[in-house]
Ligand binder design. Sequence first.
Ligand code: C2O
Length: 672
Amino acid sequence: MESKALGGDPEVSFTFNVTLAYGAPSCFARPIVLVNGMFEPAVYIHQGDVLKITLVNNLPASYPGVSDGISIHYHGLHMGGPAAWFDGASYISLCPITAGSTYTYQFKVNDPPGTYLWHDHAAGFKGDGLQGPLIVRPRRAAPMPPAGLPPGAPAPSVPDLWQYDDEHIVFLSDWYHATMNSLMFRLNMPFDAAKVTNDSGSWNWIGNPQALLINGRGFYGDCPLFAPAGANPTPPVCAPTSFTVPPGRSAQQPWASNNNPGCTHERLVVQPGKRYRLRIIGASTLVYMTLCFEGHNVTLLAADAMPVAPVSTRCVDVNSGQRLDVLLTADQPPANYWIAVAPQYRVGSPAGYAVLSYEDPSTNATVTPAFPTTPAPQIAAMPPWSQEANEQVVMAPELLVPSNGSALAMYRREGQPTLAPPKSADKLVVVNLTQPLLENGQLRWALGNVAMPKTPPCSPLMNQLRRDPAYLTMAAVPASTVNGTGAGPNVGIGSAGPSRSTPLYLSGVSPAPLYPSVGLNIVQLEGGQVVDVILNNRPANENNGDYRPNGATRNATEQHPFHLHGHRFWVLGRGTGSFSPELHGASLNTANPPLRDTVTVAASGWAYLRFRADNPGVWPFHCHILPHIFMGQQATSRQPLSPEKMYNFAPYTKSWLRAKWGLSGWELPPLF
Ligand code: C2O
């Protein structure tokens, strides 16, 4: 609904009626979350509009996981001023909206036009479908671009980012056949390597997804695009249209409901000769994805809504939380071509497919046959697949440099004279990523050996800080005990544990905290400060205070897509190992670094970020992998930074688990 808001800004309002239903996006029926009866619907808005979303939680109160509530975060939008309260981060800016309740978000969209996403930011419902594309169009007052371009015209330059004939969304997600809350719930169980089986009731990793979806559609059973490393190097031959009938299900297709068409490959229809802007959105809960186009190169236009220098490529990499805008010209012989998405780093994960379908200009119908005649795995130019150790990305968004500066005027934030980063920083925060085992047997993902807990009962941190500014300083770690790597000034960290007495270290402390602990991981910043953040992706239990028995070590690391709320950051550099000022200092790009809101920290790698703390509020900074998180965070009365990963520490018994989730967590009680 569109109307005028106070002050004359156009106001666009939506009601999100959130319900639970059965659906089969992958051809496997399971409970899914719908908004107004739709699966992962898109929201379109113009820059300068006031967006008003009334979230109505109509999930059945008794359903497992529902008690965790829901909330909507507008990923990539930078709520400013009082709108900081509408950032949607549960436990930070608001309490989750519980079953039966309603909450209205209302804020002006100040961010540049581009591709964003909205998603649940409370518990696991994002992974059950409570997410979708969020598209910001240019200001309503902006002159309309000419309709289309003559065939053969050169690729559009930056100011013409929206000069294309039409557009398609390419929303990429990974899909599980158990609900995300039930899968993540099990991450809370005590870790016991000997008992890790589906029904042990012990700690259990969520495992690989059962399907990758493109625009909410896919097939359970789409086979992996690549053979596992070291095995048969020939790509598996599999028919993407065939699938495995899940046990207990009829082979009669589809299992889709009216609510969810599902169970088919998404079809992107193009007309010969026209140009399409593809809005690619990484909305996975876990996997890092590579998306490839059969028979077509695409030109990179923007990453995280920021224009980038054009690069032509067959494949792009998209991590959870990242967005890429690319231009695709339908200049090939009219036919059907595969669009394939494959996971990086994860052996045995399925692939996902969509069809790029040309219309036959003579009939206005899509060409037949409906599916490409070549098997999808023949898509060329995919790199060999490999696990963890090396980063087999094709076109990491973090490597794309901005397009030329002067054309970017419209992308500057108010009061920010330039898009180039400040030449130096006021603060340095070093964050070592580890996966310690706590004394109570719980495995945690931690920042600086400190994992973040959920804070029940909910009292949003922002509220707490507003009411009691001393909250931070009372438990502050003296700067003298907190050293960076020597690359900059001491890290000034304000911190508070749950009881205000648990010390918390975010990073580079000397000595490192011997045993992993739990804390809020708050970094206090002053408005206007320039902050450097070094993320070092360290071996799982490097800090050796890990409670693993008999000094057992775990060296594995995995990639983490880090997202900062309320700000963009410059990615000054990335590399392997840990950041060293001597080795890597000179290589940092301070001239024209990528400006992003999400960055991949490679397995066993580092990333060096810089941002200006110019948006008062309490802003989460976290890994965007849902099972790693459940969001950890906190920040300051003035500024951001907060960490990753937290979880609820209630002691659950096996019988309680069974009563609530069934034996395995896969057996869910009936919906209605
Ligand atoms: Cu898209 Cu805090 O996340």
